[in-house]
Structures are given as C-alpha cells and as structure tokens.
Design a protein around this ligand. Structure first.
Ligand SMILES: Cc1ncc(COP(=O)(O)O)c(C=O)c1O
Ligand SMILES: [Zn+2]
Length: 399
C-alpha cells in the first residue's frame, strides 16, 4: 500500500531479533522471517536538525512534541487526545531515604499510559489504510484503543477476559468498540483474534505485534530525561505485563544517546510483576533468555496478568544489561501499599503502580537500592478503574 510522499524521518522497520529489514510504507505485524517484534528506525541525524533539547521547551505538551523521532510523516495529522506530558512528582513521604519520584500516567486520556502507544499506533494504522482494528486487552489497552479508534473513525474489536475490571469493559462499549468477553486469559483473547483476523479483515493491534505502540511508549523515556534535566535516574521500577514501556524507554535512551542528548549511563531497570503471574521474574532468576508461559496465572493487577510476553527476550536482555532485575509482589501487598501511597502522597494508584511501590520496599530490604539513590516509579493508571478490587478489600475489613 502506498503511503506518503512527504519527507519522513522514519526509514524502515527492523526485526528486534534477526535484524531483517521491512518496508515501513505498508501495514506490518511481526517479522516475516522469525515472527518476532519489529522496531521502527528513524534517521536521527536528520531528526536532530530540527529537534533539539532547547526547542522542545517551546513545543506543545503532548507526546507529539517529539514528532521527528515518531513514525508519522510530518504532513499527516496525528490522532491525538492530548496524551503524554504527564507530571513527574516527588514522593517524599513514601520515600524513606531514597530520592523517590512518581511518573503519574493516570493523567493520560482514558486514565492510563496505554494512551501513548495507541495514539501513535492508531495514527499509523489509519495513515497506512487500516479500517478495522482488533486487540486483546487486560483492560486499559482496550479502552485506549477504543478512544483513539473512535477519534480516527475506524472500527475496533476488543477481546477481554470476562473478569476484566468493569470500568474497562464499560468504557470500551461507551466508546463504540465491539467488545467480546472471553472465558480465559489475555493469551486466549490473542489466539481468538489470530484465528479470525484474516477472514474479518482486522489489523492486529496487539502490543509488540505491530511496530508503533512501542514508539508511543518510548516517549516515557524522552519525557523522563527532559523532566530530570537530562540526567537519567539511578533506578526505574516498571510494572511489566507485555513490557512495552520498558522496551520503549530503553529504545528512547539509545536514541537520545545517538542524538547527543544523554551519555552512556543507564538506570538499573526493574520489571515488577505480580507474584501470581511472574514469568519474567522466574526466567530472570533462572538465567533464561526466554520466559516460558506462567501456569495458572492470577492477580488483581489485571495489566500484569500476562502469562507469556512476545517481547520476553527483549525485557530479559534489558534487565541484565542494565544490572537491574525482576520482582514479584503479592496482591495483598499491592492493596495495602496503594492505600499507603494514597494517604501519604495524594494519588489513587492502580494496583500495577502500587506493585512498584511495594517492590521498592522489597529492593531496599534486599539492599539492591542504596540510600540517596534517585528512583522513578511508574503509576501506569488510575485506581478509579479498579473499584471492585479495592472495594472488595475495604469491605472485607481489613487493610
Ligand atoms: C495499568 C497497567 N500497568 C501496566 C501494564 C503492563 O504494561 P506493559 O504491557 O507495557 O508491560 C498494563 C497493561 O495492561 C496496565 O494496564
Ligand atoms: Zn526476524
């Protein structure tokens, strides 16, 4: 499919595993040779001519301020709801003796960081001619896709596990998506899309199975660097399901080094998972390169109920290369810590975000984070979407 004749910074797609180049002027999913995720590659020398650390300050607040390093051609209007530009807040009360910051992603459209990936993915899918999108979702990705697809005027089909938080299901329906509830996990939802997409003419928008959600998520890394005056933190704690934000940030750090914006130092990257669904934690501890499917996964943190991630090898590489690690957190601890964060810092965090705060405590006890180190925790979404999970615990009295 022919795309655009406008000058592009995007040059090609490259397989993250085998390096094979793919054409970026048509819709693509996985590598046609090894079926691993594709990464967008841009001409950063050209991008650096107009995108500078200094002129960023004068640009719009949304993630489209990084336009030159995003894949959409310059003459195409993005599908945007004002995503990105979220606050980085100090968390002095929770911090104990570390220099703790919260990147509060609950302020995005549809109240989660999934908006970043979907704004870029839907912009590109529409530009390249997709008319029907399908996604398996633990909750927040479906809501975000439904919003951006509505904005773009394309049809959307969301497949969710039946026990996804109600707010996510209702939100998708109200945004005009076709919602199918599946008795199973997100991997079962993905399999259903895989079976039907060719017949239905759906473009599969699963995370890392198309190349541009990770491009949106990488802006987390750009923003963090800018907000910290181009000094990356010592440690990043990120709640990893598919791991797209972690992979995206790592890509952003490399791009920023090429742009001459930051040096070689990288944060120690930690993937935080639920103890009841911790494939990356297991594989990291076992020294494996891939993470086998986690059996019988269960957790209230629906975004972390991802028993098998297609980018597993990328996540594990980043954790090892950065000298970071992987931490599993029990559900009860997420609920308890969410209330502590709420009372101390004034943020009603999602369980996935709470897991990162709980992981901080565990890593401090294990002496993997030293006093005085600068730590950034991601609150990836709003607690408001998880009322039944918090309410259940309040009603049951305890905590
Ligand atoms: C609130 C929240 N946090 C974290 C995640 C995990 O994100 P990722 O797939 O980028 O690892 C999700 C995914 O659904 C989510 O909804
Ligand atoms: Zn490949």
């Amino acid at each position: 499919m022919y795309a655009s004749i406008a000058p592009m910074f995007l040059t090609h797609l490259e397989c993250s595993a085998c390096g094979l180049e793919h054409d970026c002027s048509r819709l693509q999913n996985l590598c046609l040779s090894c079926h691993k995720p594709l990464f967008a590659r841009a001409d950063l020398t050209k991008a650096a001519r107009t995108l500078t650390r200094e002129n960023l300050a004068t640009r719009e607040k949304s993630l489209w301020r990084y336009r030159e390093v995003l894949p959409l051609p310059p003459d195409v209007e993005p599908v945007s709801l004002g995503e990105g530009g979220t606050p980085l807040l100090r968390a002095p009360e929770f911090a104990d003796d570390v220099d703790l910051w919260i990147k509060d992603e609950s302020l995005n459209p549809t109240q989660s960081f999934k908006a970043r990936g979907m704004s870029v993915a839907v912009s590109m899918a529409k530009h390249l001619g997709a008319t029907k999108l399908a996604v398996p979702s633990a909750g927040n990705a479906g809501g975000a896709l439904a919003a951006y697809a509505a904005r773009a005027g394309v049809e959307v089909h969301v497949f969710m596990p039946r026990d996804t938080p109600r707010a996510n299901i209702i939100e998708c329906r109200e945004l005009g998506a076709h919602v199918t509830l599946i008795d199973g996990l997100i991997t079962d939802c993905a399999a259903e899309i895989g079976r039907r997409k060719a017949d239905e003419g759906w473009f599969d928008t699963s995370t890392l199975k198309e190349p541009y959600r990770v491009e949106g998520k990488k802006t987390l890394g750009y923003e963090l660097a800018e907000q910290l005056k181009w000094q990356l933190p010592d440690v990043i704690l990120y709640p990893a399901g598919g791991g797209t934000g972690l992979i995206g940030m790592w890509k952003a750090f490399d791009e920023m080094e090429t742009l001459g914006w930051i040096g070689k130092n990288r944060p120690r990257m930690f993937a935080v998972q639920a103890a009841g669904c911790a494939p990356i934690v297991r594989a990291f501890e076992a020294g494996e390169k891939h993470a086998p499917e986690f059996p019988d996964p269960h957790t209230i943190a629906s975004g972390l109920r991802v028993p098998k991630a297609i980018g597993d090898f990328l996540i594990l590489e980043i954790l090892r290369e950065s000298n970071g690690g992987a931490v599993g957190v029990a559900d009860e601890e997420m609920i308890r810590v969410a209330r502590e964060v709420g009372a101390k810092e004034g943020l009603f965090v999602c369980p996935e975000g709470a897991a990162c705060f709980a992981a901080l405590k565990l890593l401090r006890l294990a002496k993997k984070i030293a006093s005085g180190e600068r730590v950034v925790v991601f609150n990836t979404g709003s607690g408001i979407k998880y009322l039944e999970c918090y309410e259940g615990h309040s009603r049951n009295g305890g905590l």
